[in-house]
Design a protein around this ligand. Structure first.
Ligand code: DON
Length: 317
């Protein structure tokens, strides 16, 4: 545990400015040299390791951006929180969590736990649970994926968001471990459909967005599923609590426990280099830097969040 230096709040988050964000970004820019861009999916390896961005949506829905604000990247595992929300809205929490656990993660995101013991995924944040969650969204063929895409467009108010066909093809042609999980869950009676359902998972991982879009997603779950502009069509306190609690215990994979200690905020990472952060009742934060630590979390992203938390006293604890 080397990241703990005790937090000393120096400013109130209501005073946040692009200038303040910019100095946090510059302080942490060089962390990319200590990590590695994901290349287990060949197409991801093409990302520019030096790209970096930090965005905040404040309590009133105002947006602050710094760095490579127009740079798009794939949301990867961050799509899992959107899929969870949709599945629970459609089927109810009991139906979904009859088939998987609420457990925290102490395993890498692509671990088979607990498919060989209890037969059920640990949680909806690891790949197995996420693949299952998406398979539980109703609709034939591509429909469940399109619901996820539409929800991302709605939350960000950004109808131009789409998925990267090349990343999708790359995930599909190399994702044999995910395919293995899919068939093991089919064998266990949790999944009844065909591989279209796995393709939906690969597609959701390939949705491209910016750090600002991630800040809006963070804001949405921090505000009971109310959008940054106040639209409350999906307002649901319980769903927001569910999603945030899973982000807290499993959103950063096996790093989640240490992250809860050092950052103390519901967050979700993706191997594209993004992290979305919810500061409950307050703000949303989106960070991007594609160089990852050994767990698959953005290294500079983590350190920018850590500085935000220290400077503005944002931990929930
Ligand atoms: O399933 C995979 O291999 C990826 N497409 C998504 C995983 C991911 O983002 C895990 N992240 N930290």
């Amino acid at each position: 545990l080397n990241a703990v230096t005790y937090a000393q709040k120096t400013a109130d988050i209501s005073t946040v400015s692009e200038k303040a964000l910019s100095s946090i970004l510059e302080k942490n820019r060089s962390y990319y040299t200590q990590g590695k861009v994901a290349d287990y999916i060949p197409e991801l390896g093409k990302m520019d390791a030096k790209a970096i961005a930090l965005s905040v949506v404040d309590k009133n829905g105002n947006i602050y951006n710094t760095g490579d604000v127009h740079k798009k990247f794939t949301m990867q595992s961050i799509s899992k929180i959107i899929a969870l929300m949709i599945a629970v809205n459609e089927k109810g929490e009991a139906h979904i969590f009859d088939k998987m656990g609420y457990f925290g993660s102490d395993k890498p995101f692509n671990h088979f736990s607990n498919l060989e013991t209890t037969g059920k995924p640990l949680n909806p944040m690891m790949n197995a649970g996420a693949i299952l969650t998406t398979s539980l969204i109703s609709g034939e063929g591509e429909k469940p994926f399109l619901k996820i895409l539409d929800m991302v467009r709605y939350i960000t108010k950004n109808p131009g968001i789409d998925y990267s066909k090349s990343v999708y093809e790359s995930e599909k042609s190399t994702g044999h471990r995910n395919r293995g999980m899919f068939y093991l869950m089919k064998n266990n009676g949790l999944i009844s459909g065909n591989e279209d359902q796995l393709d939906n998972y690969f597609k959701q991982c390939s949705i491209e967005l910016t750090a600002e879009d991630l800040a809006k997603i963070g804001y949405f779950f921090a505000h009971q599923c109310v959008r940054f502009d106040g639209d409350d069509k999906y307002k649901n306190t319980e769903v927001a609590k569910l999603v945030e609690s899973q982000m807290l215990v499993a959103g950063m994979y096996e790093f989640s426990g240490e992250y809860a200690r050092t950052v103390g905020l519901p967050s979700k990472s993706g191997v594209g280099g993004g992290i979305t952060v919810s500061v409950p009742g307050k703000i949303g934060i989106g960070v991007f830097s594609p160089s990852l630590d050994q767990h698959g979390n953005s290294l500079a992203g983590y350190h920018m969040i850590l500085d935000m938390v220290k400077q503005y006293g944002l931990s929930i604890f």
